[in-house]
Design a protein around this ligand. Structure first.
Ligand SMILES: [Zn+2]
Length: 295
């Protein structure tokens, strides 16, 4: 499908476009690297006429998952080390050099493309099933029953978000993040204290990935998220049309969108465009028109 067709169909105000995937692969021009097809450039061009925002979506710290890939494969000294001492395919943000590399990607993209914002995904340590935190020399080896060790990991992720905020604001664009839905458990599980990021005003909008087929879970999480968001920051509840933990009918997707807005969210982000059918798009268009009518 042509990008112009996609842009014409999207019943939303923001497009969040993947520019770096979970294997460290880049889909934008970076130094001498050129993507096979520069869809980001075409989408920005096509979105201009429709006053549709384009946000560059980075899988930030995962580079390979089980094993290091991409840039991390050549730089395993910056990888997260699991409890058995094995490097895994995640960047450990305790290393200044590794953070510099990440910030360089953001800067290059912002120099090259007129996007409306940078969107952070996988801005955390791996899930405990992969590694119970990072046991590299910088992070230490105390283990997750030790508060200082856990909070040290949290502070490394915080530092990267703070540095990204400084950079992004130089360019006058927005900073946003996709975050774990279960707060504050995600502080322990993956060292992601996004409640602090919104309290400090580091994000312009946040999308808790409220991906579930269970309505009661969706509703309670939405209410908790609404209670966490200070004035001036947008809460866009993340809906998992199709994800690793959810698969929604068109009707259920809309029920969740309505529930999120009713709970007080500013809107929704649907994951992901590729999983949307004609019927989904039609219902989302009606939903959006209704939201505008009622506000
Ligand atoms: Zn580490």
């Amino acid at each position: 499908m042509e990008v112009a067709d996609i842009v014409a169909q999207v019943p939303m105000t923001k497009l969040v476009v993947l520019v770096k995937d979970g294997n460290g692969k880049l889909f934008f021009k970076y130094g001498r690297h050129k993507p096979e097809y520069d869809y980001l450039r075409d989408l920005i061009e096509a979105a201009k006429d429709r006053s549709l925002e384009v946000h560059a979506w980075f899988v930030v710290l995962r580079e390979g998952g089980e094993v290091p890939r991409g840039w991390l494969a050549e730089n395993t000294r910056y990888a997260v080390v699991d409890e058995r001492g094995k490097p895994v395919g995640w960047i450990c943000p305790s290393h200044e050099e590794a953070r510099k590399r990440v910030l360089n990607l953001f800067r290059s993209l912002l120099d090259e493309y007129e996007v409306d914002g940078i969107h952070l995904d996988y801005i955390r340590y791996p899930e405990p099933v992969m590694a119970k935190g990072c046991f590299c020399d910088q992070c230490g080896k105390e283990g997750y029953l030790n508060e200082e060790w856990v909070m040290r990991g949290v502070s490394h992720v915080d530092t990267l978000v703070e540095e990204t905020y400084e950079l992004v604001k130089e360019y006058g664009v927005e900073l946003s993040a996709a975050v774990f839905p279960d707060y504050p458990e995600c502080i322990i599980g993956v060292r992601q204290d996004w409640g602090k990021w919104v309290d400090q005003g580091l994000l312009d909008w946040v999308a808790p990935m409220n991906y579930t087929n269970i309505m009661s879970v969706f509703n309670v999480r939405s209410m908790i998220h609404v209670s966490m968001i200070p004035e001036g920051i947008l809460l866009l509840e993340g809906i998992g049309k199709k994800s690793s933990v959810s698969s929604l009918s068109p009707e259920k997707m809309i029920r969740q969108a309505e529930a999120a807005v009713k709970a007080g969210a500013d809107g929704v982000v649907v994951f992901s465009y590729g999983s949307l059918t004609e019927k989904d798009l039609k219902l989302l268009r009606i939903f959006r028109a209704r939201c505008r009518f009622s506000s």
